[in-house]
Design a protein around this ligand. Structure first.
Ligand code: COA
Length: 436
């Protein structure tokens, strides 16, 4: 097969889009940067095109209200431009547990075009989907037309994301850098929380770290550990550092022994350099990696995620602020359930006790993230039944086996001191407790 004949220009690729098409692009760094940054240029020619994306990394103009007749956007996980597009009415969130996202979406939709960023073809004509196989291979198999932006900067990763060029209709040459997430320096609060959580991670444990600042900071405190394993949704910069240091060896994993397993990777450039042709890391189908029954096969699986608000019974609103979609469920529930089913596993939610939130007066006010009731309309990303430990800078609330009174006590104990009295009164006021 002549791979060269598959190369087309970006303009030609965009000309394949028809009115009414559904276009799915890759997650995070696997978003097709050239295609998505330029699709607005065909706005006058098409109408009713649906773009489906997930935590995108490129600044597409197609979200703008002036293109609403041409494009609407559906998303599995919101990032900044999607929040804005949502407010402007041109964007809809697709509720999902990550491991079921692709399967359920395909139950009611068919992608006309799948377009994603990928590695260069190797000498055998194989292309790696590079930074993500969260849903990408399933979409590629289901799409009428498959277009890959092949890019020498994208790592050739292993797992079940290698595509023979015969399965691809068109290739576009790209050379933009892989989108990165910069390191955010840990705060004092991060360090307290990180140290506390590290106390719950025994040597040989298998970890999952979620999206957000705190899970990342936790990794700092895992440097003292030995022989950790990683079975996670997202490979982060800190996980790669732990593996380079020899802290993560994956030696005691029951499944994929010796290998770090994830569905996607996003971090510093060093992450992508590490993943390139690395046989010790596998990016596999999100439907498999995040399946709680799969996660549970590793002993001592510790899931560490974060949340926007936790109520006094343990319910976690991790993806919306009231009814306003902020991010997505992602694998929070998948990984927490899998961890609880794992032998000696546990599910941890770590969050600051307070947040600075803009009030109606335009000023930022400090609010408690531990609340009697979640804000009206908030989506419960993680049920109270699936949280073992909640950690803030004030300590740990162990909710395992705890009744509601014990939960209220434990959670108020780790709330910011200035909100504790008020929380007690509110707990009674709203009927969580009959008396203090
Ligand atoms: N009320 C109102 N606003 C709040 C809030 C609250 N209780 N808590 C936080 N916020 C605001 C913050 O002020 C911040 O606003 P800003 O962007 O204007 O500064 C914003 O929400 C984000 O908060 P932050 O704590 O910085 O978020 P993060 O980047 O650490 O991410 C989650 C936290 C919960 C949003 C993120 O982890 C997530 O989406 N989780 C769900 C998916 C998941 O866990 N997947 C796991 C598998 S990878």
């Amino acid at each position: 097969m002549d791979i060269q004949s598959k190369y087309i220009s970006l303009e030609k690729a965009l000309s394949l889009v028809k009115s009414g098409d559904i276009i799915v692009t890759g997650l995070g760094a696997a978003e097709a940067g050239l295609f998505m940054e330029n699709i607005h240029t065909i706005a006058e020619r098409v109408h009713g095109v649906t773009i489906v994306n997930c935590n995108p990394t490129h600044p597409g103009q197609f979200y703008a209200p002036e293109y609403a007749e041409s494009f609407s956007v559906d998303g599995w996980f919101y990032a900044t431009p999607m929040r804005k597009a949502h407010a402007q009415g041109n964007m809809a969130y697709i509720p999902n547990h990550l491991h079921l996202a692709a399967g359920k979406w395909l139950y009611r939709n068919k992608p006309n075009i799948f377009v994603a960023a990928a590695s260069m073809p190797d000498e055998n004509g194989n292309i790696s989907l590079s930074t993500s196989n969260t849903y990408e291979m399933r979409m590629l198999n289901a799409a009428d037309v498959v277009i890959l932006e092949v890019n020498p900067n994208f790592p050739f990763t292993y797992g079940d994301l290698i595509v023979p060029a015969e399965k691809v209709d068109y290739l576009i040459r790209a050379d933009y850098p892989v989108p990165t997430i910069p390191d955010v320096p840990s705060s004092d609060k991060d360090r307290i929380i990180g140290r506390t959580i590290a106390g719950f991670v025994p040597d040989g444990a298998c970890i999952q770290l979620g999206i957000g600042g705190i899970p990342n900071a936790v990794a700092e405190f895992l440097k003292e550990k030995n022989d950790l394993g990683v079975h996670t949704e997202m490979i982060t910069s800190t996980m790669v550092e732990l593996m380079k240091m020899g802290v993560v060896t994956n030696k005691y994993k029951q499944i994929c022994n010796g290998k770090m397993v994830a569905t996607f990777a996003m971090g510093k450039q060093a992450v992508y350099d590490f993943l390139d042709h690395n046989p010790n890391v596998e990016l596999r189908d999100g439907a498999w990696v995040n399946d709680p029954y799969v996660i549970a096969q590793n002993d001592n699986q510790i899931s560490i995620n974060t949340s926007l608000e936790v109520d006094l019974t343990g319910q976690c609103a991790s993806e919306s602020i009231g009814s306003r979609q902020f991010s997505g469920t992602g694998g929070q529930s998948d990984t927490a359930i899998g961890a609880q089913m794992s032998k000696n596993g546990r599910s941890i939610i770590a969050l600051y006790s307070t947040a600075m939130v803009k009030g109606p007066d335009g000023e930022r006010h400090e609010v408690s993230k531990i609340v009697p009731q979640l804000q009206t309309g908030a989506a419960v990303s993680l049920s109270r039944n699936d949280v073992d430990l909640v950690v803030t800078e004030y300590g740990v609330a162990d909710l395992r086996g705890a009744n509601i009174r014990q939960r209220v006590e434990a959670l108020i104990q780790i709330a910011h001191p200035k909100f504790r009295d008020e929380l007690w009164s509110q707990a009674v006021e709203v009927g969580i407790l009959g008396r203090r």
